[in-house]
Design a protein around this ligand. Structure first.
Ligand code: R5P
Length: 286
């Protein structure tokens, strides 16, 4: 088995390779003068199951994945498997208006043509899985979050909308904490209206847990509401921390700490999903 670590996921791929006692393979990469990506793999992968760990969020990451799928075919590999910890474009998993692409469908169809299996972590909507003709597994990072907060003094775990309630319920029940959700109405891409339930949280320590921090609007507003209601300490966590336009500064106006997983690496990604990914790979051989 070989683990390939693309740029977006090099740290996570290294941990997975360590855990599985496998060789970590990195591409040699450079840019052509016109900006196009060149890459090459100089490691013999003949006869190996190859697991490519890399996100498919930015256009550059998608291109790196596609070129890698082609490059590894030059070795007589046993199989090629994609693990995209953050599966991009999953929010456009259906056509909302005439003339739009179903972005996650076309990407998935391309990836499935050149791989034996695909896996991701907490995809935004599982409809995307149905677009794959190969096995497509949605892994869950809940246990990484639970392990991280096991010894942290928290009173309530809060979902910033009802859609995330199942995850919050599971994490809260595993940690023996109380939980609730905030009612959220999305007005447009950047504006949300939110209303907390009538629960007394004065002097309480709360953890707000969501699937994605993108512009940070949802989490910033939730933090502000909970602070106004008297929360004494506010932890913020999400599976995927994108932090568009440095949104951490508006979150930290009210929140005390931010911890996200390393599906997207960044300065707050101190919760690792390497065990979840490693167990998934091991499970394929069970
Ligand atoms: C919404 O359905 C998701 O669970 C997140 O709450 C949302 O994607 C977060 O986006 P933003 O950080 O831009 O508010």
């Amino acid at each position: 088995m070989k683990i390939i670590g693309l740029r977006s996921s090099a740290g996570l791929a290294e941990k997975v390779a360590d855990q599985l006692h496998s060789e970590l393979v990195m591409p040699d990469e450079r840019r052509f003068p016109d900006g196009e990506l060149y890459l090459r793999y100089d490691t013999d992968m003949s006869g190996e199951d190859v697991f490519i760990i890399g996100n498919t969020h930015t256009d550059g990451e998608i291109m790196e994945m596609i070129l890698t799928l082609s490059a590894v075919r030059d070795y007589a590999v046993k199989s090629v498997n994609i693990i995209a910890p953050y599966y991009g474009y999953a929010r456009q998993h259906q056509r909302y208006k005439r003339g739009e692409p179903i972005s996650s469908q076309i990407l998935t169809e391309i990836f499935a043509t050149y791989s034996r299996s695909i896996a991701t972590v907490d995809i935004h909507d599982e409809q995307t899985l149905s677009y794959s003709k190969v096995k497509f597994t949605n892994l869950h990072a809940d246990r990484s979050i639970i392990d991280f907060y096991r010894n942290v003094d928290i009173d309530y775990i809060v979902s910033p909308d009802d859609g995330g309630l199942e995850r919050v319920k599971h994490v809260a029940e595993s940690l023996g904490k109380k939980y609730f959700y905030i009612e959220k109405k999305r007005i447009d891409d950047r504006t949300v209206e939110m209303k907390a339930p009538d629960i007394d949280i004065r002097g309480k320590k709360v953890l707000i847990l969501d699937d994605i921090i993108s512009t940070g609007g949802t989490i910033a507003k939730s933090s502000s509401i909970l602070r106004q209601k008297g929360a004494s300490r506010i932890y913020v966590s999400a599976i995927h921390g994108l932090f568009v336009n440095s949104s951490e500064s508006k979150i930290l106006e009210n929140a005390d700490e931010i911890h996200v997983t390393d599906t997207v690496s960044g300065k707050f990604s101190d919760i690792s999903v390497y065990q979840v990914v490693s167990d998934y790979i091991n499970g394929l051989y069970a």
